[in-house]
Write a protein of this length. Structure first.
Length: 506
């Protein structure tokens, strides 16, 4: 790569701005919080919304969906003239697609400055500085995890709710999924490190945490404790000030009775479960290398409902997997009817290069997949609406959210999440209410994807989480707290490395 392919270097003593564009799953969303923390620790500041653009644009990519690469290169192409007209602008590409495509990215888009993978996100500021000085693209893809992401500084998007990563990677071999090849084998954090992070977040005002893992309830396999996940849930229940605990995404194979008991018996673990089904056909589940069958899946749902009658259960379903017959699809519809999901994230199967399913015979014609997909969506819409109608007349504690209700200003409403994670729009109380506060309302109407509470609020509880939101929005942006990793400040020599906090979680 020659210097003519990239913008000339400029004086970087002044603060430079950054923007991160995130695609894909919650893991990527959380990784982007780490990337923001890293950049701000290195001296960058967030680009103002609606401004002229950022000095550094980072794409945190996903490789799961079809045409993910086309979308990336289209966006990179749109930035090429802006980069040419903006001296010193840099573009970085990270995430799963970067881990997969590596050198292909700079060949197709030679104006990209940095390519980094899923295992070395902590290197981003160093790679940007190196690209600026050397005036050539820096491609660095680690083959294994260099440091658990929790050791990196973080700029969290929310003052009142936070992701907490408990593991990375996945030991499953689902034939439709490329993630294990890109994220690596499962690696668990030590329970003490997880709980220390949760306690620190609660001390800062966070009232809701979501435990995060590629296969979250397999937690413990790496540290040799099959009940580690249920123990972790119960330990979270003992943290004073932590009001809501959630987790995503579990796998039916590893969903054991001790986890159900921990959910039911720990008051701050919410009555909500996201349990990916993928298919209701035993034959297709076998072809997918999913290690459960329909009977096992429905058995889990039955046990969860017996322990937590009000639990809202959601799922993921793939339509049109290679070899799926009409009979197979009917088994999926049957499982959906029996499970009574509150919500389902439905996907049309798409080939992902590098996965076994991409080379399977009997790929289903697009028209057939589309027709089945529409039938599944129609069925789930009907069930979602019926399940939501059961909420009418109930009194719910709603954690007020920021940005959940796009029409709130026009309707004079606020929005938030019920304990079971249903979205609730409610009449704005007369007294001031902040994101992070809790409002008690009565549900008056149900739609397939939300609930309405049109009467006056029964109670407004101002919380420490609301205080944290108010403090963050009243004060000028400050550097986030985090572990120093010897990262260079922009335009300055790198400081001496600082030791990692804690007892080492990797």
């Amino acid at each position: 790569m020659t210097s003519s392919d990239r913008s000339p270097a400029v004086d970087v003593q002044q603060s430079k701005t950054y923007e991160i564009r995130t695609y894909g799953c919650q893991m990527n969303v959380h990784d982007s919080e780490r990337l923001s923390g890293l950049l701000e620790e290195a001296g960058y500041v967030p680009a103002p919304k609606g401004g002229e653009g950022a000095d550094v644009v980072v794409f945190n990519t996903c490789a799961v969906r079809e045409n993910a690469d086309n979308r990336l290169y289209g966006n990179l192409g749109q930035l090429a003239p802006k980069k040419a007209a903006r001296p010193g602008m840099q573009i970085a590409v990270g995430g799963c697609l970067a881990q997969k495509d590596r050198d292909t990215i700079v060949k197709k888009a030679p104006w990209v400055d940095v390519v980094f993978g899923t295992h070395n996100i902590g290197k981003l500021p160093v790679l940007l500085e190196r690209a600026r000085i050397q005036e050539e693209a820096q491609v660095e893809i680690a083959e294994s995890l260099e440091a658990f992401p929790s050791t990196l500084p973080t700029r969290r998007e929310s003052a009142y709710a936070a992701w907490v990563s408990i593991s990375v990677g996945c030991n499953n071999t689902c034939t439709f999924c490329i993630v294990p090849a890109l994220r690596g084998k499962e690696k668990d954090r030590r329970p003490g490190d997880i709980l220390a992070e949760v306690e620190a977040l609660v001390a800062e005002g966070v009232s809701e945490i979501t435990l995060l893992g590629q296969n979250v309830n397999a937690y413990g396999s790496d540290i040799g404790d099959r009940e580690a996940f249920s123990k972790l849930l119960r330990a979270c229940g003992k943290i004073d000030g932590l009001e809501r605990v959630r987790f995503t995404s579990p796998h039916p194979r590893d969903f054991t009775d001790d986890v159900i008991a921990a959910m039911a018996e720990t008051p701050n673990v919410m009555p909500q479960l996201h349990m990916p089904l993928q298919s209701g056909s035993d034959r297709i589940l076998k072809a997918m290398r999913r290690s459960y069958r329909q009977e096992r899946f429905l058995g889990i749902i039955e046990k969860v409902r017996a322990a937590m009658p009000d639990a809202a259960i959601s799922t993921d379903i793939i339509v049109g997997f290679p070899g799926e017959t009409e009979e197979d699809f009917e088994q999926t519809l049957h499982t959906v009817r029996e499970s009574r999901f509150a919500q389902a994230f439905t996907f049309q199967y798409s080939k992902r290069p590098g996965t076994p399913a991409a080379d399977m015979d009997d790929q289903i014609p697009k028209a057939v997949v589309q027709e089945r997909y529409e039938r599944l969506v129609a069925l789930q819409e009907e069930i979602s609406w019926e399940e939501n109608k059961k909420q009418v007349g109930r009194t719910l504690e709603v954690l007020v959210a920021e940005g959940e209700g796009r029409k709130d200003d026009a309707t004079q409403r606020l929005s938030g999440r019920a304990p079971d994670n249903r979205l609730v729009h409610f009449t704005r109380p007369e007294e001031p209410v902040r994101p992070g506060d809790v409002v008690t309302v009565e549900v008056t109407y149900a739609a397939p994807h939300h609930l309405l509470a049109e009467g006056p609020a029964k109670e407004v509880r101002r919380t420490r989480a609301g205080d944290a939101w108010q403090k963050r929005n009243a004060a000028p942006a400050q550097q986030p707290k985090g572990v120093l990793l010897g990262l260079p400040t922009i335009g300055a020599p790198a400081p001496s490395p600082a030791p990692a906090a804690g007892c080492g979680c990797d």
